[in-house]
Design a protein around this ligand. Structure first.
Ligand code: SF4
Ligand code: SF4
Length: 256
C-alpha cells in the first residue's frame, strides 16, 4: 500500500484521555486500520513492534529524568512526532507544580515521599525534542486527531482552525456567559470543542489551550472591569494550560 504508515502511540505523565480519543474513533477505526499499521500502542494492543516508526503520537508531559531520556529515544526512531493534548503540548495540569515547590506537594500527598523520584517541573515534549505538530485539547478532539493522522498519511499540513472558541460559541447561538460576569477564556482559547461549556451556561476554562496570537492582557483587563480579583484571574489562567507561554505570562502578572 502506497501510503501505509507505521504508527506508534506513547504515553508520558498523563491520564490516558487522549489515547482513549483514538480508541473512541469507532466508526473510523476500520478505515484507519487499512491505512495504518498500529506498530506500537500498548494501551490498545500487546503487539509491540520495534521502530523505526513513520509517525509517533505522544501523550503526556515530562516529569522524570527517565522520561526525559525516553522521549529522546522516541524522537530518534520516529520520522514524525506529533504531540497530543494539554500535557504533551504545555505540561498539563501537573505543571501547577512549576509555580510552587514540588517537594511540598510530594510531602503532602505521599506517605513515603522518599520513594518519589521526580523533576521539579512538568514540561511539554517540545521542551525536550523537536516536534512536527502539536494538537491541543484536554482531551484532544476526535475529528481533529483524525485530520492530523490523515494529513501525515498524505504528506500535507493538517487543517486545524486557528480561531477561538468564541467563533464556535457564536455559531451555536449561545448567550455569552460574560454578560453574567463570568471570566470566560473562550476569546483566547483554541477552537475544537464546539463551545460545549458556554452551551451549558458556564465559562470556558481553556482546555483547548491558547489560540494563535491570543490577547491575554486585554481579556484580563475586561475581567478586571467586570469585578474579578487578581487572584481569581490568576487561578482561571492556571488550569489546563497554565504553563503555556501566554497563560503563564498573564497569570504571573496577577500573582501578588
Ligand atoms: S461565552 Fe465565552 S466563548 Fe462564548 S462568546 Fe462569550 S466569551 Fe466567547
Ligand atoms: S473548557 Fe473551553 S475549550 Fe474546554 S470544552 Fe469547555 S468550552 Fe471547550
Amino acid at each position: 500500500m502506497a501510503n501505509f504508515l507505521r504508527l506508534a502511540v506513547w504515553k508520558f505523565a498523563s491520564c490516558d484521555g487522549c489515547q482513549l480519543t483514538l480508541l473512541d474513533c469507532e466508526d473510523e477505526l476500520l478505515a484507519l486500520a487499512e491505512a495504518v499499521d498500529l506498530a506500537y500502542f500498548p494501551e490498545a494492543s500487546s503487539k509491540m513492534a520495534q521502530g523505526p516508526y513513520d509517525l509517533s503520537l505522544v501523550e503526556g508531559s515530562i516529569t522524570t529524568a527517565h522520561d526525559a531520556q525516553r522521549i529522546r529515544d522516541v524522537r530518534a526512531q520516529s520520522k514524525h512526532v506529533v504531540t497530543i493534548g494539554a500535557c504533551a503540548t504545555s505540561g498539563g495540569i501537573q505543571a501547577l507544580r512549576n509555580f510552587a515547590d514540588v517537594g511540598d506537594f510530594v510531602a503532602a500527598v505521599y506517605a513515603r515521599p522518599d520513594y518519589i523520584d521526580t523533576l521539579e517541573t512538568s514540561t511539554p515534549i517540545s521542551a525536550h525534542v523537536t516536534v512536527d505538530f502539536e494538537l491541543q485539547g484536554c482531551p484532544v478532539d476526535k475529528r481533529q486527531l483524525l485530520e492530523v493522522i490523515g494529513a501525515f498519511l498524505t504528506n500535507r499540513k493538517p487543517v486545524i482552525p486557528e480561531y477561538s472558541v468564541c467563533f464556535e460559541c457564536k455559531r451555536r447561538g449561545n448567550i455569552c456567559v460574560m454578560v453574567k460576569g463570568e471570566p470566560c477564556l473562550g476569546p483566547v482559547t483554541h477552537a475544537g470543542c464546539g463551545a460545549i461549556c458556554p452551551a451549558y451556561r458556564r465559562a470556558c476554562y481553556g482546555c483547548f489551550g491558547p489560540m494563535e496570537a491570543p490577547n491575554l492582557p486585554a481579556l484580563s483587563e475586561e475581567w478586571r472591569q467586570m469585578g474579578a480579583a487578581k487572584g481569581q484571574i490568576r487561578d482561571v489562567l492556571r488550569t489546563f494550560y497554565g504553563w503555556s507561554d501566554p497563560f503563564r505570562r498573564e497569570s504571573n502578572a496577577h500573582d501578588n
